[in-house]
Ligand binder design. Structure first.
Ligand code: ADP
Ligand code: MG
Length: 317
């Protein structure tokens, strides 16, 4: 059925982003615990309706690598737009590495490997998977999920990934899922007017005004891996914390991004180096990244991600 504002109880606050607040809520009629993101709504009702219509496209995005969408509606006396999605108990990769930092731990390469695989697969869209000999639902390495909905959205130029640690979530059982796809052009427009989001993860070509392309996601993946591997963002670069936004963007375009230290494997260090190729024409796309030695190494290796989150949060077996 349709989600209604009065059917929810707030359980806790999960986080705060530039665009709004995320709360853990109970949907009483279904008994499902969800994550509800509240974004300040444009007062124009025509714009509100358009945003809700566009967000409904998220229903088509069904994949084990994507956070499920339950619905969106006008909330809090029509002052906010509520987006209800699957609640991921282990939080975002940002929550996870901050917790690791607290514990004085570093994230192992198996976890980073599974992270790189999940993000690369989602970035395969809009590549035509059928042309790669991969049928819908049935997969070569059990990794290629059912992405028909997403391919459709991409063909319609309606999707926009925003890859960064806070948009990659983990469930209690250790599944890795992406969230916060930009499917609503109208929502992106109205957000652009009210805040300036972090541009740290933006690829050099996008800073220079090139249109969105899959190679840009691979850049963001490289920055994400450095951040999660080192328990701190790659940008601003160490020792440059006072950079103004213009200087930061200039740095991204012209200066080399740091490399991972040599206590990490040669494969991982090379993977990140390749992701951070400045020239988008020379940077491989996700299909080629999936053939990289680092991915190959972890693709057929079992990593107990459920155990990883249980140990991190001290959850019982
Ligand atoms: P950001 O721009 O940092 O991604 P968001 O508002 O999208 O801001 O998310 C803020 C935080 O809310 C995330 O870092 C995460 O801790 C939490 N969060 C978002 N969505 C979920 C979810 N579906 N399940 C659990 N936690 C979530
Ligand atoms: Mg987010």
């Amino acid at each position: 059925g349709e989600l209604k504002p009065e059917d929810f109880d707030i359980l806790s606050r999960l986080g705060e982003g530039a665009a709004g607040t995320v709360r853990q809520v109970l949907h009483r009629p279904s008994g499902i615990v969800m994550a509800k993101k509240s974004i300040t709504a444009d007062p124009d009702t025509a714009i509100q309706r358009q945003i809700l219509r566009e967000l409904a496209f998220l229903r088509a995005c069904v994949s084990p690598y994507i956070v499920s969408f339950y619905g969106a509606f006008l909330d809090e006396e029509d002052t906010t737009i509520a987006i209800c999605m699957e609640y991921c108990e282990a939080g975002s990769l940002e929550d996870i590495y901050k917790k690791c930092k607290e514990l004085g731990a570093v994230i192992g390469e198996g976890v980073l490997g599974k992270l790189a695989i999940a993000v690369s697969i989602i970035s395969l869209i809009p590549t035509n998977l059928e042309n790669m000999g991969i049928g819908w639902g049935l997969s070569r390495h059990h990794y290629y999920p059912v992405l028909k909905g997403l391919v459709y959205l991409h063909q319609q130029k309606k999707i926009h990934r925003d890859i960064k640690p806070s948009n990659i979530l983990m469930t209690r059982s250790g599944e890795i899922k992406l969230c916060d796809f930009g499917v609503s052009g109208e929502l992106i427009n109205s957000l652009a007017q009210t805040f300036t989001g972090t541009k740290y993860y933006m690829a050099p070509e996008r800073i220079q005004g090139a249109p969105y392309a899959v190679q840009s996601d691979i850049w963001s993946l490289g920055l994400t891996i450095i951040e999660v591997a080192q328990n701190r963002p790659a940008l601003p670069p160490p020792g440059y914390s006072q950079l103004a936004i213009f200087e930061l963007l200039d740095f991204i375009v012209h200066q080399p991004i740091e490399e991972l230290p040599d206590d990490r494997s040669a494969e991982l260090r090379d993977f990140v180096r390749v992701c951070l190729t400045k020239d988008p024409a020379k940077r491989p796309g996700p299909a080629m990244m999936l053939n990289h030695a680092f991915i190959q190494k972890w693709e057929n290796t079992n990593v107990d991600l459920g155990k990883f989150v249980r140990q991190l949060y001290d959850w019982p077996e």
